[in-house]
Unconditional design. Structure first.
Length: 385
């Protein structure tokens, strides 16, 4: 991702961290510095030990073939929720709440829907560090891109020019006479090979001729994507910075549990990015638009002060209603899927190759993983000419 940003001369800048964070406890805002919130030290120790245990378990999971792990079947039959509730996990109630929130944010799903093997597989692709996903300095949240991550896609599309056909959803891919035919309502493209990068639920809506092999067809029918409502809220200035705050907040009991500063590099406007994910995301999505807006602002105002209640702009997007993404950040593998069908994840089907972050053995779930998967699929296709 950084290499593409340099290639297209897109600047990156660090997430704002100069100040104190906010945690809500018992209806009151508590300020703190650094990574460790002011909760019971035993809960912090319990959370840390459980995270390290997950990291340690992930080391036995091959990132390119998680179904081959020695305990793969047992972990694939155990949901994350069941593991969290197991007495052997030794979590205090607060530590369990903290870890449950962190993992629900990763999957945007009820943790009773996701097996432990799926989590360990993903941690393995992240270099064996669960903490990396939520860290700012030195972690996945460290930098932002001028113009947003979309700037990368815009530059690639501009370089490709007329080769990109927008508003042309593919509904059929046929393989015949040593070629592929990719069909949309607006045009038909013939080529030697095709790379399919849309999310698995969207792949499953395409008509394939001949039909996909049973394992591949069953796999993409069994890879759901979670739910998330994202709000990007803008004020005339990042007022929280003048109050000595970073904009990073957390409330383990709220439907809108977290926020992070996403302001432009000069700070000329104040922007917070915040989410309702998983079961809470589904509940919030059912509300009328004005009610959703109120829920987001009512959650943030006690954390950051009365100025929060009157933003200049409020934008939201309900990702799990988007027909072309199929849901939230990425798909997951329900219990039993990785060990029975995972082998079909990256295997080409004739002249069709598969990419997308769900196929990445490194940085699964991140845009980084998606980019690497595209490079891998392109090399496959070129090598198969």
């Amino acid at each position: 991702m950084y290499a593409l940003a340099r290639e297209f001369d897109i600047a990156t800048y660090p997430t704002f961290v100069a100040g104190e964070n906010v945690i809500m406890r018992d209806g009151k805002a508590h300020r703190y510095e650094g990574l460790i919130p002011p909760v019971d030290p035993l809960a912090i120790a319990s959370f840390y030990l459980a995270a390290q245990r997950l990291n340690w378990m992930s080391r036995s999971v091959p990132p390119d073939a998680p179904w081959e792990a020695r305990r793969a079947r047992a972990w694939d039959a155990t949901t994350i929720s069941a593991w969290l509730d197991s007495p052997s996990t030794l979590l205090t109630p607060m530590a369990k709440k903290m870890l449950r929130l962190s993992l629900t944010e990763i999957f945007c799903s009820d943790l009773a829907e996701v097996p432990l093997l799926n989590l360990l597989f993903e941690i393995s692709t992240w270099g064996g560090s669960l903490e990396y996903t939520s860290m700012i300095e030195g972690g996945a949240q460290q930098d932002l891109m001028t113009g947003g991550a979309q700037a990368i896609a815009d530059h690639i599309a501009a370089e490709l020019g007329d080769a990109v056909s927008l508003e042309s959803p593919v509904h059929r891919i046929a393989q015949t006479n040593g070629a592929v035919e990719v069909v949309s309502d607006r045009l038909t493209v013939k080529a030697r090979r095709a790379i399919v990068t849309v999310p698995p639920p969207v792949q499953a809506r395409i008509d394939y001729d001949p039909p996909l092999p049973p394992d591949r067809a069953q796999l993409i029918q069994r890879m759901p994507i979670g739910a998330v409502v994202r709000a990007v809220i803008e004020w005339d200035e990042p007022f929280w910075r003048a109050d000595g705050l970073t904009g990073e907040t957390v409330d383990f009991d709220a439907p809108i549990p977290v926020s992070i500063d996403a302001s432009p590099p000069g700070g000329e406007r104040g922007v917070l990015s915040t989410y309702a994910f998983g079961p809470a995301g589904r509940q919030v999505a059912r509300l009328a638009p004005e009610e959703r807006r109120r829920v987001f602002l009512d959650a943030l105002t006690p954390r950051l002060g009365p100025k929060t209640a009157t933003p200049a702009e409020y934008r939201e997007y309900i990702w799990h209603t988007d027909p072309w993404s199929g849901g939230a950040i990425k798909a997951h593998f329900p219990p039993g899927v990785l060990t029975t069908l995972g082998h079909a994840l990256r295997r080409p089907v004739g002249r069709i190759h598969w990419a997308g972050t769900e196929t990445a053995p490194r940085w699964f779930g991140f845009i980084e993983g998606a980019i690497r998967s595209g490079e891998r699929a392109a090399l496959e296709a070129m090598g198969g000419r």
